[in-house]
Design a protein around this ligand. Structure first.
Ligand code: SF4
Ligand code: SF4
Length: 151
């Protein structure tokens, strides 16, 4: 399969899984937003985020108003979400062993979304995934409009 087909396949899978869990997600109260570290505007030390090893997450310092992570963080905080900016799916157990979430919105590429969903679903957490529309692990992009709608 070429890259475009893989992307399309992942998008359809993600959409079907989201629809399956939508009702449960809408009923969830305690929620978290998982964001990918690769969508930070800067991946070097110009990013002022601090990495908190206790929760294995970057804490955005809002150094750049046009950074997608900064925008997403502000929108989600207003809606009462806990926010995690993760270097990878391996951080999941640490976070979810500490806090009992009922619903999770996760932004990720297709591969990462697949790895995120099953450990969370196994814990009874309703997941809504949002795909990266530009992936490649550097300066990746997601739709703030789609995120706002789902939150
Ligand atoms: S706005 Fe936040 S995530 Fe983006 S580069 Fe600055 S500190 Fe890093
Ligand atoms: S593109 Fe996917 S695999 Fe690469 S860093 Fe971002 S979320 Fe992780």
């Amino acid at each position: 399969m070429n890259d475009a087909l893989v992307l399309l396949h992942d998008l359809i899978d993600m959409q079907v899984a989201n629809l399956n869990e939508q009702k449960k997600f809408l009923e969830s109260k305690k929620r978290a937003l998982l964001l990918p570290h690769c969508s930070r505007k800067y991946l070097d030390n110009r990013c002022r985020a601090i990495f908190d090893t206790n929760i294995t997450s970057y804490i955005c310092a809002h150094c750049s108003e046009d950074c997608l992570i900064s925008k997403a963080d502000k929108i989600a905080k207003e809606k009462g979400y806990d926010i995690y900016v993760l270097p990878g799916g391996s951080c999941i157990p640490k976070i979810f062993n500490n806090v009992k979430y009922e619903g999770v919105v996760g932004v990720a590429c297709g591969e990462e979304a697949k790895m995120l969903r099953s450990p969370l679903s196994n814990r009874g957490i309703a997941v809504q995934a949002i795909p990266l529309i530009k992936n490649g692990c550097v300066n990746t992009v997601f739709s703030i409009e789609t995120l706002t709608e789902i939150l």
